[in-house]
Design a protein around this ligand. Structure first.
Ligand code: IMP
Ligand code: MG
Length: 331
């Protein structure tokens, strides 16, 4: 029986999951770190001893000498996988720790070419959608089909594997293909169910750490902002809100406390971390969408403490027993 702690994004990706996974991996408590969904569309920015490391596929366990698995819920482009391995080796990391689930699907050049023609969703053009489509229509190719991956292959299905696992999600709950604002979603499940689909029992899940930011961001084609505010441009600059994979400017909005509460409930979040409080502090602006109104009503707090107290009370009222922690940017 494994013991799995999960790090899951509660907004639209880019909540700072990489930073939190890295903090947890460093604790030395885990035998494995595993990515459970997504592929090259994700970009995790991590600071290790002041060195900035950006990964797309490989989980951050490898930065701490922990075996790191790309799970069966993920998709992988072999060329980009080897490029990332070279990059990590160049930084001095031991890439022999990296494993790939035998049933992880492979993103081909054709998938990438097809995805790069997307004009409606604003995808990351990394071939994810076409690859997951081929998986579902049963014409895809899996890691086990490629000789060059043979040294990395692992089977993580129930019973054949055991340990303490840190499971790291990609994207965020509101980009989930079932639960998000379809069709403006990614092609995989990003919520808690996706962890189990990598070959585990729900009884193996020990703790769920949900990660959010003190404001919201989204990258993609839809009009995301519910309001406009000159401060959004400031937040983008101070918070460095540009895509790690595509470099696109992220759309900015205030924290939607209703969305955050629902995401905490549906994913059974035990521990909520709200990142980047320092960005709002620098602008001295404490606004949120109040969850108690169906029409978007913005609340404006006079101080950081009032902002934090309101969030704590609202989230705790719908998720009893949840631990809530506020953190700052990593840089
Ligand atoms: P795809 O996942 O590349 O198909 O893109 C679908 C949608 O998800 C687009 O709006 C992307 O911008 C968004 N998306 C995919 N991956 C990420 C991510 O890691 N962070 C933020 N948005 C993402
Ligand atoms: Mg990201």
């Amino acid at each position: 029986m494994n013991k799995i702690d999960v790090v899951l994004g509660l907004q639209y990706g880019d909540e700072g999951k990489g930073k939190i996974t890295n903090q947890m991996a460093k604790s030395g408590d885990y035998d494995y770190v595993m990515r459970y969904n997504g592929g090259g569309n994700a970009g995790h920015t991590i600071y290790v001893d002041n060195q900035k490391v950006v990964t797309h596929l490989v989980p951050c366990g490898v930065l701490h000498g922990i075996p790191s698995i790309i799970g069966s819920g993920c998709v992988l482009n072999i060329n980009n996988f080897f490029i990332e391995l070279d990059y990590l080796e160049g930084l001095g990391y031991d890439t022999s720790l990296i494993k790939v689930a035998y049933n992880c699907h492979i993103v081909t050049d054709d998938h990438i070419e097809e995805d790069s023609k997307d004009v409606t969703i604003g995808t990351t053009r990394t071939g994810n959608g076409p690859c997951y489509r081929d998986k579902v229509t049963r014409v895809g190719k899996r890691a086990e089909d490629f000789k060059e991956l043979s040294q990395f292959i692992i089977d993580i299905s129930v019973g054949s594997f055991s340990g303490k696992i840190l499971a790291e999600g990609a994207q965020g709950y509101w980009l989930d293909v079932d639960q998000g604002d379809y069709p403006y979603v990614t092609s995989s499940n990003c919520g808690i169910g996706a962890v189990i689909n990598n070959g585990f029992s729900h009884k193996e899940i020990n703790k769920v750490v949900g990660v959010a930011k003190a404001y919201s961001t989204y990258v993609g084609a839809k009009q995301y902002q519910k309001t406009d505010d000159p401060l959004f441009e400031e937040i983008r600059k101070v918070g460095l809100e540009y895509g790690a994979t595509t470099g696109r400017s992220r759309q900015i909005d205030w924290l939607d406390l209703n969305e955050l509460s629902v995401a905490c409930m549906r994913n059974g979040v035990d521990h909520l971390i709200i990142n980047k409080l320092d960005v709002l502090e620098q602008l001295n602006c404490w606004k949120i969408y109040d969850p108690n109104y169906s029409i978007n009503k913005i609340l404006n707090f006079e101080s950081k403490d009032l902002f934090k107290d309101y969030i704590r009370n609202e989230i705790s009222s719908v998720c009893s027993g949840i631990e809530i922690e506020f953190q700052e940017s990593p840089h």
